[in-house]
Ligand binder design. Structure first.
Ligand code: FES
Ligand SMILES: [Fe+2]
Length: 369
């Protein structure tokens, strides 16, 4: 992959995790690196923008800004979901705001050009005398869209590889335990402004090495004796079991404890004791800041005591612990005292190995080469 040419102050980044030094700290602080990541990663990868719960009826839509690009997803009268840049083709005003449902066409708030849910321009006021004007020349710009286990993904690259190429089989790993995930509702949303590079936050989620040390309460909830991993080209899925040592929850036998990492910036978790999917997306907000958005999905209806405990454990305890960790790491990366460390990996590729962290960094380097 050519990445062995990368050297930091202490050594080379190698293709083999057990020999490699970590990414030099400038990869977490330098705005020029972030620019390469925006172009090479965020404008070319499949990014999760939400869940079908916001897009059930015709005319329902959501809007997003990904890597600076405004976009919308809308369900048409024909039942199809489509994604477009949220940009009017007259003079560029944004079309829709927030989430919601529209009855008629997509009408621009600036001069009221109006588009169908399929993106075609339906009406453009006072254009009769404009020479050679043809409404067919001004459709909305479409974007590739994919749905997996109810999660909606969009790619800013119109020539992107099909979603299935990198993420085929992802839906099975989710539906295996959360078979009704496409029908779930959003239990909670949280937004965090974190003083750390987006990769520091993904890095932290990519390894279990820190969990027994930094998350004493969470650490009582899993049993790693019986864990395994499945790796797709652009995702990994981890499966372990809940442990009855976690006293605040009633756990049946063999309750699964599940985790996923999806290239480039999505991490997911399903904790034992209830049906739940915690979805975290990390968006860069400058080289040393990150916007973390968290949505927790669960079956409709009043949450069980276990599900409330999952929400509390995530939002009030271990995500707060993680934010403390990553902000501290960012200060260390930005200091003069540190440039590189080593990946702590084991031959068994265990739950505690940092091999997934190394694989993530290899992919980063390849994407921005
Ligand atoms: S910019 Fe949209 S109608 Fe003019
Ligand atoms: Fe953590």
């Amino acid at each position: 992959m050519g990445e062995t040419t990368l050297h930091g102050e202490r050594g080379a980044f190698e293709a083999e995790a057990g020999r490699s030094w970590t990414l030099p700290s400038r990869y977490y602080t330098d705005p020029a690196i972030l620019e390469r990541e925006i172009a090479g990663i965020f404008r070319r990868s499949w990014i999760c923008v939400g869940h079908l719960c916001d897009l059930r009826e015709s005319g329902s839509y959501l809007t997003e800004t990904l890597a600076g690009q405004p976009l919308l997803v809308i369900r048409g009268q024909d039942g199809e979901l489509r994604a477009f840049f949220n940009v009017c083709q007259h003079r560029g005003h944004e079309l829709l705001k927030g989430n919601g449902r529209i009855k008629g066409g997509i009408t621009c708030p600036y001069h009221a050009w109006s588009y169908g849910h399929d993106g075609s321009l339906l009406a453009a006021r006072l254009t009769e005398d404009v020479e050679g004007f043809d409404k067919r020349d001004f459709p909305l710009r479409p974007l590739p869209l994919a749905v997996s286990a109810g999660l909606v993904f969009v790619n800013l690259d119109s020539d992107a590889e099909p979603f299935e190429t990198g993420y085929g089989g992802l839906d099975e790993t989710i539906l295996w335990h959360l078979d009704a995930m496409p029908e779930y509702q959003r239990l909670a949303s949280h937004r965090y402004d974190i003083a750390a590079n987006w990769k520091v936050v993904v890095d932290n989620f990519s390894e279990g090495y820190h969990i027994p040390v930094a998350h004493p309460r969470l650490a009582t909830l899993y049993n790693t004796d019986d864990s395994n991993a499945r790796h797709g080209p652009l995702f990994s899925a981890f499966r372990s079991k809940g442990s009855p040592a976690y006293k605040a929850m009633q756990l049946g036998p063999d309750e699964p404890y599940l985790g996923w990492t999806l290239w480039p910036n999505l991490c997911m978790l399903s904790l034992p004791g209830s049906k739940n999917l915690v979805v975290l997306r990390m968006d860069p907000a400058g080289a040393q800041r990150c916007a973390e958005r968290v949505d927790i999905y669960a079956p409709a209806g009043a949450p069980s005591a276990n599900l409330q405990e999952v929400h509390h454990l995530f939002a009030d305890i271990f995500n707060q612990e993680d934010i403390g960790l990553v902000e501290s790491v960012q200060r260390g990366l930005a200091s003069m005292a540190y440039d590189q460390g080593r990946y702590v990996v084991d031959r068994a590729d265990s739950w505690f190995s940092e091999s997934g962290l190394h694989a993530f960094h290899r992919r980063i380097l390849k994407a921005i080469a």
